[in-house]
Design a binder for this molecule. Structure first.
Ligand SMILES: [Zn+2]
Ligand SMILES: [Zn+2]
Length: 440
């Protein structure tokens, strides 16, 4: 080929390539209702789907507990490196925060948790947990895979993003408040809104659920040591019996919900453990009780009343009581409250992606999620993505028989991407209206 011809040929080729690339990505700028389906097509392609499945299985084989997710974190970083996404790490020991887009405001965040549970997997399959006594039984392996799938698609469209998508891979959701630590280490810096998605076998495959306002309760724990004076069980007058005191305390604690709470405001006080004594004929020196509280409102007051009831009831029975509201360093969680505008956006994305009937209005439950810390700090939205298939009977989360229906992964990735892209688009259009008003 002559040099001139070669020059012309290569110019034409480059122009064609440019046209192809721009027509491929321009749909983000087009009809907003088409965006979820376009991303779903992309997420279902072998390039994205097989990749997500591979990642999920790899994480499933090597489950790591809260703040120990070193290999999981390394895997996330190496996959982000491969697709060219910049990130900050470590955040909160093992956390990773990726950034895709302009690097400028507005910033919108997508969150996945990374930790496993201290459960021995009972499912026999090719990619069963290789670590005895540890298992991904809450689907967090799937959450990481879906967010990486979203990262891959967002990275392909990074030039069309009207702001920056922040990918939050957080440690220690299961009881160790990883989200709180991520926030303390600046995960939400400049971020305006955040979305979280949890896989669930509570709802069928093809359904997604959330609600506006309170969706999950705040939770906390308490432990108390009631101390008296032990002695012979047949000579109680020479003892100060902590067993009777503890029994009275357990009953009195039940009045906090039944007698002091508005019946229309849901609260739970459960005493779930009582330890004391180990002989039939000996009154012990002390008894330890412990339990959990759940509430949507008035959390601090409830904690205060628990402390009062325990210490004062102990006094009635001539005992002393010490109360710990953070036993074993367990943090309390605020309730998870969904922002109304983000909830509306989620409903529309679900409708566009899964059809008119796919959205389920979730009734609030007394379970908790540490996503609540994010949603407390900035507008946030937490949702559930169903994956139940009655013919296969997937077990509920935190069960040793728990399984993830991997067919759900492209839907989760597409929801993540659509929520972020649509948020940025809406924000840009609002800003342009505001600035045109400013000009007037
Ligand atoms: Zn869990
Ligand atoms: Zn979970």
């Amino acid at each position: 080929m002559a040099p001139n011809n070669f020059f012309l040929w290569s110019l034409t080729f480059q122009l064609l390539l440019l046209l192809l690339v721009s027509s491929e990505s321009s749909w983000i700028a087009g009809d907003v209702t088409q965006i979820p389906m376009k991303f779903l097509e992309s997420a279902k392609s072998p390039e994205v789907f097989d990749w997500m499945v591979r990642i999920r299985r790899k994480i499933h084989e090597n489950p790591e507990l809260g703040y120990e997710e070193f290999e999981t974190s390394k895997l996330i970083r190496s996959e982000l490196d491969l697709i060219g996404v910049k990130y900050r790490s470590p955040v909160a020991i093992t956390g990773v925060i990726g950034y895709i887009g302009t690097g400028e405001p507005p910033f919108v965040a997508l969150r996945a948790d990374m930790d496993a549970l201290p459960i021995q997997e009972a499912v026999e399959w090719e990619h069963k947990s290789k670590i005895p006594g540890k298992m991904h039984a809450c689907g967090h392996d799937g959450h990481v895979a879906m967010l990486l799938g979203a990262a891959k698609m967002l990275q392909e469209h990074r030039h069309d993003l009207q702001g920056t998508v922040v990918l939050i891979f957080q440690p220690a959701e299961e009881g160790l408040a990883g989200a709180k630590k991520m926030i303390e280490e600046g995960a939400l810096k400049n971020v305006e809104a955040i979305f979280g998605l949890h896989l669930t076998n509570r709802f069928p495959f093809g359904k997604a659920a959330s609600c506006a306002g309170s969706m999950l309760a705040g939770s906390g724990f308490f432990e108390a040591v009631i101390t008296g004076k032990g002695g012979h069980a047949a000579i109680p007058q020479h003892t100060i019996d902590p067993v009777v005191a503890a029994s009275s305390i357990v009953l009195s604690l039940q009045h906090l919900v039944s007698r002091e709470t508005d019946p229309l405001d849901s609260k739970v006080v459960t005493v779930s453990k009582v330890h004391g004594g180990n002989a039939f004929n000996v009154i012990p020196d002390s008894v330890t009780i412990g339990g959990t509280i759940r509430a949507f409102t008035g959390f601090t007051q409830l904690e205060q009343r628990i402390k009062e009831v325990i210490t004062k009831q102990a006094t009635v029975h001539r005992c002393n009581a010490s109360v710990n509201l953070r036993p074993n360093g367990k943090e309390s969680l605020p309730p998870t409250v969904n922002n109304k505008d983000l909830y509306k956006q989620f409903k529309m994305v679900v409708r566009d992606l899964l059809g008119q009937e796919a959205f389920v209005e979730a009734a609030p439950v007394m379970g908790s999620e540490d996503f609540s810390y994010f949603a407390e700090a900035i507008p946030g939205h937490f949702s559930l993505l169903g994956m139940q298939d009655e013919t296969k009977g997937y077990a509920s989360s935190h069960s040793p028989h728990y399984r993830v229906n991997e067919d759900v992964l492209p839907y989760g990735a597409a929801i993540h991407v659509s929520m972020a892209v649509q948020y940025l688009k809406e924000k840009a259009s609002k800003d342009s209206v505001t600035s045109s008003h400013d000009e007037l």
